[in-house]
Design a protein around this ligand. Structure first.
Ligand SMILES: [Fe+2]
Length: 346
């Protein structure tokens, strides 16, 4: 507590009649930035429904039903905000609410009169009759200053925004199969030659992972997606952009960081700064990050290439640091894999 968390307290839930609307209150709370919901009436079925959503779609959100609402409000240390069409206008009150943990009280059709006295703020989202679900959504949007849109859930299921139809990706233990990777690359707008290159890099990277006893599924997924940033730029910042795109889509950090660190044997903070990006070290650290990074260097377009040719290119561009990093990566992985990765057949 005290970390700026948002808890929603739902009053007057009737398990038989209100299941759908209270489910919506809980889902809206989760999607738009609240951390938990407490419901005054016991409803085990509702708890299960919401926990199933959290399990599939991720995020850190908890539900508790059968709480004593008076006790919750009395013991609450931060501001208590009651959403009601009779309250003061949201735009008039918003700036006055202290930061910290807030309790947002959402009533059903009838709420006990005392709640108006117990709440620190009685707030209306418009003074017209509408819905507590809409009121909560609008309140959370304004209160979080729309930051909910940048939340990361990292669930097992990801819905990719699509122009037409539905693109649903199921992440199994943090991995994707080839077909799902292709869907993600296409949805991001990657060109066909980038996709072909990624498939060849994947073949080589997986062989390296096998030889080095690295996590093959992770390497397979990340190498398929390593150039997703090329959907926005072909410059050296495409790695950074790729990580950003995948995080925004809801991909796990393990995949995003491999993608982010694959360019030029890794980029140092100063190099990132020189590209106009946040100064952040993006040098491969884990075995899987190193494998994808080197496999990419060993594949030009969709063909395997001798490393010395790639090193020559880096030197001609005056990229001294990158040249050294690639050489070092090659030395290190040759040692770990007990075979020179250049010798692996596709
Ligand atoms: Fe790349």
């Amino acid at each position: 507590m005290g970390k700026g968390e948002i808890t929603v307290l739902r009053l007057g839930h009737r398990p038989q009649r209100d299941k759908r609307i209270t489910t919506h209150v809980a889902l809206v709370a989760r999607a738009f930035g609240a951390n938990s919901i407490q419901i005054s009436e016991k409803d085990a079925e509702l708890e299960k429904t919401i926990r199933d959503v959290v399990d599939r779609f991720g995020g850190d959100f908890s539900i508790e039903t059968g709480v004593s609402w008076k006790k919750v409000i009395r013991q609450w240390e931060g501001p208590v905000i009651h959403l009601t069409m009779y309250g003061e206008r949201l735009e008039d009150v918003l700036g006055n609410i202290e930061k910290g943990d807030v309790l947002v009280v959402v009533g059903a059709e009838k709420v006990p009169g005392e709640i108006f006295k117990l709440a620190d703020y009685n707030v209306s989202v418009g003074n017209q009759p509408h819905s507590e679900v809409a009121a909560l959504a609008l309140f959370l949007d304004r209160f979080t200053e729309a930051k909910w849109a940048g939340q990361r859930f990292e669930g097992k299921r990801i819905i990719l925004p699509s122009r037409k139809g539905k693109t649903v990706i199921d992440i199994d233990e943090g991995y994707l199969d080839r077909e799902d990777c292709l869907k993600v690359l296409r949805e991001a707008g990657c060109e066909q030659d980038v996709i072909k290159h990624s498939e060849v890099v994947t073949k080589l990277a997986v062989k390296m992972a096998e030889a080095c006893e690295a996590d093959q599924d992770l390497v397979r997924t990340a190498s398929m997606l390593h150039d997703i940033g090329r959907s926005v730029t072909h410059g050296p910042e495409h790695g950074y952009q790729g990580g950003r795109i995948l995080r925004k889509m809801g991909f796990p950090e393990s995949i995003a960081s491999i993608v982010e660190r694959h360019v030029g044997g890794g980029l140092g903070a100063q190099e990132l700064k020189g590209l106009g990006l946040p100064a952040k070290d993006l040098v491969p650290v884990t075995l899987e990050e190193k494998i994808v990074c080197l496999a990419d260097k060993l594949v030009d377009d969709n063909q395997k290439v001798r490393l010395e040719i790639e090193i020559q290119k880096l030197m001609e561009k005056g990229l001294e640091k990158a040249t050294q990093r690639v050489k070092e990566l090659h030395r290190e992985l040759t040692k770990i894999c007990c075979i020179d990765p250049e010798e692996l057949d596709l």
